[in-house]
Design a binder for this molecule. Structure first.
Ligand code: FBP
Length: 262
């Protein structure tokens, strides 16, 4: 069964992953402050916050991964400095990721980019190598480029989910559409493949973010892969706790927030 490959990251079929590859994707001055610029801070948050997995590029994994939560190594990446339709190429082999302790392989595909064929081909090879070694291939599928007008529209997000299924991903990380009804179509398009909501830029309030996560879970998502909304939060352990309540216990956001205030 395909889904078994994700077991290292699942608790009762649900999951909350902590993503920290933004130093490459966005650059340190866009996302980081004095605390979270240090990868140890995020490694510690992954452990103390009870995350189901942590996502690093290989350089951070080499120096900072401590083996205490399951690791996903992102094996492709790009900087924010290149303009035009995006392409993200492989920067780490599956074998090397496994030697660092990876239990999952992550790869970003920019669906709709004029370079999508390059990423499709590369992901295809990486997925086969990961599966040969019993690891899941997790696809970040982000529709992007001149051909994509609205990357959170129902038709586009569901296309991202379906593309991940068709390309053989064990799980897809996709943007939230904004409401559970439209997101449930994207979950259906995955036809049983695990669907993770991608966190996105820091929301204005904890409530706003938790409601998005609740909406994704109501729509049938497996969970969340979050970065900025966790490690940019003024109280990262508290938001981690709230996220776990929403995802694993399905406690309603209103109840969680009233408990946090009292
Ligand atoms: P966030 O929760 O911070 O959005 O992280 C999820 C993620 O997919 C990261 O893994 C990746 O670095 C980033 O988002 C990509 O963001 P963008 O959509 O701006 O390219």
């Amino acid at each position: 069964m395909k889904s078994d490959r994700m077991n290292a990251f699942l608790h009762d079929g649900k999951s909350v992953l902590l993503a920290y590859d933004q130093g490459l994707e966005h650059g340190p001055s866009t996302d980081f402050n004095d605390k979270n610029i240090d990868p140890s801070f995020v490694m510690d948050l992954a452990v103390r916050g009870g995350f189901s997995g942590v996502i690093f590029q290989k350089g951070v994994a080499e120096r900072f991964y401590d083996g205490k939560v399951p690791l996903i190594v992102k094996v492709n990446g790009k900087s924010a400095l290149v303009k035009g339709d995006p392409v993200s190429r492989q920067v780490c082999s599956v074998e090397y990721a496994i030697s660092l302790g990876a239990k999952g392989i992550g790869y970003t595909i920019y669906l709709g980019s004029e370079h999508e064929a390059t990423m499709f081909r590369e992901f295809g090879r990486i997925q086969e190598e990961a599966h040969e070694r019993g690891l899941p291939a997790i696809a970040w599928v982000y529709p992007r480029g001149a051909a994509v007008a609205n990357d959170t529209a129902k038709e586009i997000v569901s296309y991202a989910s379906r593309a991940a299924l068709e390309l053989g991903a064990d799980a897809a990380k996709i943007k939230y559409t904004g409401d559970p009804d439209s997101f449930s179509w994207a979950v259906k398009a995955g036809a049983g493949m695990k669907v993770f909501m991608s966190g996105g830029p820091k929301a204005a309030t904890d409530e706003a973010f938790l409601l998005q996560v609740q909406g994704a879970m109501d729509a049938g998502a497996t969970g969340l892969a979050v970065g900025r909304n966790a490690w940019q939060n003024a109280n990262p352990l508290q938001i981690a706790d709230s996220l776990k309540k929403v995802i694993f216990e399905r406690v309603r956001v209103e109840k969680i927030l009233s408990g946090n205030r009292s």
